[in-house]
Every structure is written in C-alpha cells, then in structure tokens.
Design a protein around this ligand. Sequence first.
Ligand code: ATP
Length: 452
Amino acid sequence: MPTAHAHAAILSVGDELILGQSLDTNTRWIADRLLDLGVRPLLHATAPDDRADIAAEMVRLAGRADLVVVTGGLGPTADDLTRDALADATGEALVEDSDTLGRLAAWYEGRGQPMPAPNRVQAMRPARARCLPNDHGTAPGLSAALGGADIFCLPGPPGEMRPMFQRFVEPALRPGLLVRTRAVQVFGLGESRVAELLGDLMRRENSPLVGTTASVGLVTVRMRWESAPGAPPDAAAGALDRVEARVRELLGDAVITPSGAPGDRGLPEVVVGMLRERGRTLAIAESCTGGLLGSMVTRVPGSSEVFAGGWITYTNAMKAAQLGVDASHFPEVRSGAPGAVSAEVCLAMAEGARRRAATAHPGGSGPGAGGTDHAIAITGIAGPGGATEGKPVGTVWIGLADRDGRTECRRFEFAGDRDAVRQWSAMTALGMLRMRLAGTDMELLRQRERRP
Ligand code: ATP
C-alpha cells in the first residue's frame, strides 16, 4: 500500500471508446476530481474489451502511479472482462463474494424480477480484493492492491461511477498535495487577448499557477495553488485572493463571475441572477437559434421569476404576424428592403417581443403589466446555405430593447458550422444583456458593426 497517493493513472475500458463510438467522459471527470483532491493525474489509457490487454494495462499503470482508477467492463456479459483482468493482474483466483451475491439478489427482488443467471458473475472478485456496493446499478466495483499501488475498478455508466468514486475512492485517498483552486469566467475577449492582458501572471513557474481554457466565447481563468500536505490552508486562501484580485483588475468589465461566486457559474446563470437581483423581466425573439437561447435561460433554476417567454419566428410571415415587424422590411413585399437579417428587423423583433410579452393575466395590472423590462432578438444565417450578397454564413444581428426605450443592435460574423453559429449567437446575446444589466460596455468578439 503506498504511503501517499502522489500520482494517479486512469484506465477506461471498452471497444466503444477505442472505436470512437462513445466519448470517454469518465476520465475527464475523474482527473478533475483527483487534482482537486490533491492527487496529480499522470497518465490516461484506454483498453479494448480484451482480457490480456486490460490486465497488461493495469500492471503497467500500477508500476507508474500510486493510484489506478479503472472504469467500465464490470457488467455481466461476455465482453465485460475487467474483473477477470484484475484477477490475472493480481495473480489471484476469482471467488464468489456472498455479501455481493445477496445484494444482487435483493436488487432484483426489489424490482420484482428474478436475477438473470449471467448476473451471478458480478458477485465474483479476486480473492483478496474488496467488492464496492453499487447503489445505482447492478455492477459492483472492486478495490485491490496491485504492486505498490491501490487500484479501484468502477462501473462505466457515469451515473454509477461518480457516486461510487465519491463513496469509496475519495475517503481512501492519501493526497500527495494540498491543492486549492479558484476560477473566474470572462466573456467578450478571445483567449489570446486574455493571455496578453494577464501577461506575467501566466508564467508557468508562478504559484498560484494561472491558466485559461475557452469554450464558445467564454474564457475560464483558472488559478491553482499547490503545496505539500500540511501547509497552512490560510496561505492558499491569501495567495488565491491576491491573484484573483489582480486577474479582475487586468480583465476589468469582461469578468462575468460575481465576486465570491463559484467560478463555474455559466453565463445564463449569471444573467438570470442579475435579472432576479434587479427584479427585471425578459422576453426573447429568436430566429436562427430556434429556441436555443430560451432553452439556456430556462435551464437555470429560478428563471421563471424573470423569464416571461418568447417566440421562435423562423419565417418572415411569423416575424410580421407574431412580433409586428413591418412587412415592408422584407424583399418579398418591397424590392430593395433590408431583409430578415438586418438591424431594422432585429430591433423590430426585440421591441415587438418586449411589448407583446404578457407579464400579468389578461385584464390584470401591476408592475410589469404590458411588456417586459428587457427583450433580446436574434436573426441570422446559421448556414450552411442561405448566404446572400454582403451577408455571409455566420452573419447574425443581435438586438436588445428595454422598457425605457433604449435599444441596441450589433452585427456579428461568427465562424464555424451551423451548430457553432447558433451556440455563439445565443451566448453572445446573453453577453450583451449582461453588459446592459451591469452598466458596462465593450466591443465583443466577432463583432463587425453596431447601431445606434
Ligand atoms: P454495466 O453493467 O452497467 O454495463 P460496466 O462497468 O460493464 O457497467 P460498460 O459496459 O463498460 O460498463 O459501459 C456501460 C456504458 O457506460 C457504456 O455504454 C457507456 O455509455 C458508459 N461508459 C463506459 N465507459 C465510459 C467512459 N469512460 N466515459 C463515459 N461513459 C462511459
């Protein structure tokens, strides 16, 4: 048994992962958890459903790391070979674990079904290994000593793997590091511009170490402080407070994470939080995003307090009929008209949605009756078809209208495929509303024009 778990290796098992038919999300989740808990991931590996390959990988990884976490291959079928491979790797025979067999029988009894015969194999374990009960499925996990390392085998489905990791692996860890992390998110600046602004703060030899990752316009600045176990935790908090303050100072208004809030809070959560704090309401009119923005907003718990509703007006006729957009903006009605993807139509959609959204029952009154405080409209060309002269694929207008009569509209040229253009559009719309609510302003990534 190792004195400390300084380094970990993660092994995922399954032909479907090797063949690219499903994505290995377990490794990412486990690596992230381990680092947070003070065990540094050193190696990732993937093995096919092959007993000898899995056993060889287990032995190899146990020679490199103090902790090996394996996921997958614990089911009852002939291609689930992790159990046998662990027996081969440890050189032990498989024995039946009576507690586990009892639990399996009870699992099926609780569901009013007889236990299928193949499931009995799931009660087998290498002689000196321990079975880990699975509260969310039938496949029990296993833990054992292998060479100088501790090895844990967990089921493949993330909904079974994660609770088992938290219940059995986390309490068994003897971290080789004391790690504390912090993150803030930034919207509107590219990752390279963020790196440029952070400058020397991102030097690899710094402590805390500062790094960035980017996804759909959102840049996450991560700060990590590491020390030997036993270092005073106050030192970590002080060092992270100082570096976070400096990050906020250097990136200014582009930082969207409120002070003291968790750094993984997304843009929809931030915007809904700001609307709730201010007691404001929102309506949405979408064209090329087809409801994506509404979906992002309504995924946030508590959004019902602020989100009145919205429209997906895909055709010009719907934009005119539902939102009151003047039909003479459309070329089929007037030649030379600006068309659906224009500042005129975008602003008319936003204003139409804001005014037409009901925030009180018919005939009712009270604050907010007759329209919302804010509205967002999106109209653009997501591609791959639909480009016209002067309007390439990725051209998107995003508009805001407020109860006080203020409006704003910006044109963007987003890159990427249809899905990317739609994601960028919805995120950028939220970014614009956040700036409006925060009373800040900046030119955004991929922005080409703004009105007024
Ligand atoms: P079960 O008895 O529930 O099948 P198992 O341990 O045998 O558990 P596998 O058969 O290997 O698990 O995988 C079951 C499913 O779990 C896979 O089809 C896949 O959806 C998911 N899964 C497996 N490995 C991973 C992984 N590394 N990342 C994400 N999902 C995974």
